[in-house]
Design a protein around this ligand. Structure first.
Ligand SMILES: [Zn+2]
Length: 234
């Protein structure tokens, strides 16, 4: 079988052979590279972490282990030097989210999200905060966890101009419900506009992540929302 993907981790099995975890359109799977540690093996220099690779594989005899037997390395990647703390945090979240998805098929766009964000980090994208903001909103939408923005998340009444946002309650809340002693953030009309846009274009926002400074002031709200709901959901 022919597959293309990105190597996200590798592990030695014994003196000669190694496992690599590769993320591709079908999910994250471990593959065995026989003699992949031997100096004469053509795989040694290609099958390293964070490399894009196209390869041929088959199941090992009488087992469901996948074995790689040929490849066409098509892009050798290296992490840019001197990643800042926000790049590291996004990269870590990206890997943490996907590396544990072993053998579980992706939702429709999960690989697209991974691929775009990962390659943007590798290419040293300058607007990392914007990319991170887009990533969080993309993942939320893809997993059906996007904040409620059209009506109060507590009483359900429609809201033309929401002013308050409650992370715990999952979206905007009306002024009447604020009496319930809940934690909330004050929000702007532009913030709601950005959420409406992101909700409808949750993959294309990964490519265009030059969010206005005013929108990125809300980065922290979305980040807290994401970690609160994503963990609950898991
Ligand atoms: Zn309400």
């Amino acid at each position: 079988m022919k597959t293309a993907g990105i190597i996200i981790s590798s592990k030695r099995i014994n003196d000669w052979d190694k496992f690599v975890n590769i993320i591709s359109e079908e999910g994250v799977f471990p593959y065995i590279i026989q003699r992949g540690l031997h100096y004469s093996s053509p795989f040694t220099s290609v099958f390293t972490t964070f490399t894009n690779v196209e390869f041929l594989w088959d199941y090992a005899k009488n087992s469901d282990f996948r074995v790689i037997y040929d490849y066409k390395g098509f892009k050798h990647n290296e992490l840019p030097k001197g990643l800042g703390s926000i790049e590291c945090e996004l990269l870590f979240e990206l890997l943490r989210k996907y590396i544990f998805l072993q053998n579980i098929p992706f939702l429709k766009n999960e690989y697209k999200i991974f691929h775009i964000v990962f390659n943007k980090i590798l290419s040293g994208s300058s607007n990392i905060k914007g990319l991170y903001y887009s990533f969080l909103l993309s993942v939320l939408q893809e997993n059906g966890l996007f904040p409620q923005i059209d009506s109060c998340a507590i009483c359900g009444n429609g809201l033309a101009r929401p002013k308050y946002f409650s992370i715990e309650n999952g979206g905007v809340v009306c002024s009447r419900c604020l009496t319930h002693n809940i934690g909330y953030d004050k929000i702007s009309g532009n913030f709601i506009k950005s959420l409406k846009y992101a909700c409808q274009h949750h993959i294309t926002i990964l490519e265009k992540n030059d969010w206005h400074y005013d929108i990125l002031k809300n980065f922290d709200i979305i980040k807290r929302y994401y970690y609160y709901h994503y963990k609950e959901f898991k």
